[in-house]
Design a protein around this ligand. Sequence first.
Ligand code: 13P
Length: 287
Amino acid sequence: MLVNGIEMLQKAKAGHYAVGQFNINNLEWTKAVLLTAEELKAPVILGVSEGAGKYMGGFSTVQAMVAAMDKELKISVPVCTHLDHGTYEGAYKCIKAGFTSIMFDGSHYAIDENIAKTKELTNAAHHLGMSIEAEVGGIGGTEDGVTSNGELADPEECKKIADLGVDMLAAGIGNIHGKYPADWKGLNFDVLAKVQEKTGLMPLVLHGGSGIPDEMIKKAITLGVSKINVNTECQLSFAAATRKYIEAGKDLEGKGFDPRKLLAPGFEAIRQTVRDKINLFGSAGKA
Ligand code: 13P
């Protein structure tokens, strides 16, 4: 069932769990995430970066694929199609393509410009019944070619953006996209606590969800994180399972080269990663 992210995230905030955002890359990814969310009766968000949208043939293609798959596979849990780290132009493209939710990442602009653009896009999204995520501070590392040094969010700025009426807020708290370096200092819970204090009932978003120790994830949820984004861990598990299949020479046995066979171990590996994360985030059975 395609919906915006508003109700699922408000329920998560009130119920002290987090909804998983799993970034999708192709049809297999989409099917793996949808079937696993349905299996666990969990609400779910499909994240689509601008690069992944382009790769899959454009945002309209993605939206049409998800909508058709949702219907054909009889997915009953709430599913949200969400632009990840959108630019101003990308956000409008997703609005036009019929996504149910967008993220506008204006964190690299000066705060006044971030506020002005976020405000305009919030009005545009809400007018069409879509939800919107905004960002303050930077998420470190590189996500689909977008690099940031990872700036800690200023809680006062978070309040200003939250007061615009956005539906979810991503705040930089030392989190990083991609693999965490060995000398990573961990999440900054002092900043997270201050952001939560200033923004009240606003569902907070934790980007860079791959590779964060379980205990830190659980603590972040107690401090108001209601949405957690995972991309790299699904990619790593897909790649490892595919490598194992090929290195075992399975693609050379019989019809093992058939893409339905070749991609099956990777598909199952994505499902297991999504299953583990949904259980960790506490969103199983919350649909
Ligand atoms: P990871 O790739 O580190 O899981 O981050 C995903 C993310 O935050 C998408 O916005």
